[in-house]
Design a binder for this molecule. Sequence first.
Ligand SMILES: Nc1ncnc2c1ncn2[C@@H]1O[C@H](COP(=O)(O)OP(=O)(O)O)[C@@H](O)[C@H]1O
Ligand SMILES: [Mg+2]
Length: 226
Amino acid sequence: MKCNKLSTGSPDLNMLLGGGLERRVITQFYGEPASGKSTLCLMAAAECLRAGKSVIFIDTEGFSVERFSQVAGGDGAEELAEHLYLFEPVDFEQQGLMIAESEDLLRANREHPVDLLIMDSATALYRTELETGKETLRRLSHYMVKILGLAKKYDVPVLITNQIYVDIDRKRISGLGGTALEHISKAIVSFERLDGTRRAVLRKHRSRPEGLSFEFEITETGINRI
Ligand SMILES: Nc1ncnc2c1ncn2[C@@H]1O[C@H](COP(=O)(O)OP(=O)(O)O)[C@@H](O)[C@H]1O
Ligand SMILES: [Mg+2]
């Protein structure tokens, strides 16, 4: 078995997660827009690429080459991007197909094996329907089961991001996708915007107490603890 945790590229986030992203499980980052989710996905991708591995990045929100380049370290970014497999589905039909397609990349026995699967975000393409539609929720669950199967079969971590909504019944802010998405994610970190800064809070973990947190700011190259 490979080392169980994969670095996120942020020492603070690694510490929060007890070392990094766990293999064979889904880690979920949820939070409001501009809370830092995509930045952290790019950091994790760049870290994995720097280690000589490949990354599958399913982006439903429009991948920013410029932001990747900033986070991946400027001039070296182009070289790193050679092993970044980017999928940009435009609807959830395609999202499902691309999850299935990514298995070919995971299966391939290459010099730079895929060591991380990112889906940023898991829920953007369902957004409006998720708040109401049961069928959409079933479909999302199905995709998550599929991606979890890939994580287990190929011994890689899966990182997904998720948007939030105000859950009136439970009187709190929740991630989209309801309890199904909450259940299938073994580690969950929420991101909040404070006055100019951000806070990451551990919401769910198998071996760490919930509620651990740290504050940070978003910078040109990623995030900095403050
Ligand atoms: N080069 C940069 N320097 C500082 N802040 C940046 C830079 N690029 C983007 N940001 C900030 O990052 C935030 C967006 O972060 P992002 O990770 O995309 O959030 P999310 O994915 O949660 O919506 C915005 O507040 C934006 O101002
Ligand atoms: Mg984002």
